[in-house]
Ligand binder design. Sequence first.
Ligand SMILES: Cc1cc2nc3c(=O)[nH]c(=O)nc-3n(C[C@H](O)[C@H](O)[C@H](O)COP(=O)(O)O)c2cc1C
Length: 200
Amino acid sequence: MDIKALFNITYGLYVLSVKQGEKDNGCIVNSVMQVAEKPVRLAVSVSKQNLTCEMLKESGVFNLSCLTTEADFELFKRFGFQSGRDAEKFQGMSGLKRSENGLYYLSENTNAFLSGKVVEMSDLGTHMLFIAEVTDGEVLSDGWGCSYAYYQADIKPKPAPAKKKSWVCEVCGYVHEGEEVPDDFVCPICKHGKDAFRPA
Ligand SMILES: Cc1cc2nc3c(=O)[nH]c(=O)nc-3n(C[C@H](O)[C@H](O)[C@H](O)COP(=O)(O)O)c2cc1C
């Protein structure tokens, strides 16, 4: 089986926010879909390693903020690259509101929010699957929803290209790029050989 086939499933991206007692938290999730119509039901799958999962198991209530292509990498870092065990993720953020259930949602860089109440949970091993009924929701903008593919292609920074090793000619300053200076190399500027080159 080619594992890469899974990468061709299309997803959106969301901030899943929760609250337990006085603690607010949330994380980025892609695994969200509407799974029933009457009543409307959503499915959300969350890694059991995430604090958000633990909190949701206890509280049974969440908000989903539907991210648009305006969301920047800082937002993904804030909610997706650190745990609420080590950070207060909402601290210092603008564009935050609380919905009727008392939970935060993002009112900027989003095109909608939805509130959910968990009605079923299923332990999938690595992840918990939450089935929820929708208790509230609002369209916030007409921005384009951010797909996982868009995040990978246009938001996530590209890794810096590996820096090539380079050698400088001590006579004229010409820089040769490559793992080694070949034995028969002749500097194209001053015509000195390999011995004139030192690592740059
Ligand atoms: C683009 C992106 C998509 C993600 N999708 C999911 C997901 O679908 N389910 C999930 O459990 N975690 C997902 N994560 C990882 C969590 O957001 C991340 O582990 C987060 O730090 C957990 O924080 P917490 O411990 O405060 O809950 C995703 C992260 C990124 C950056």
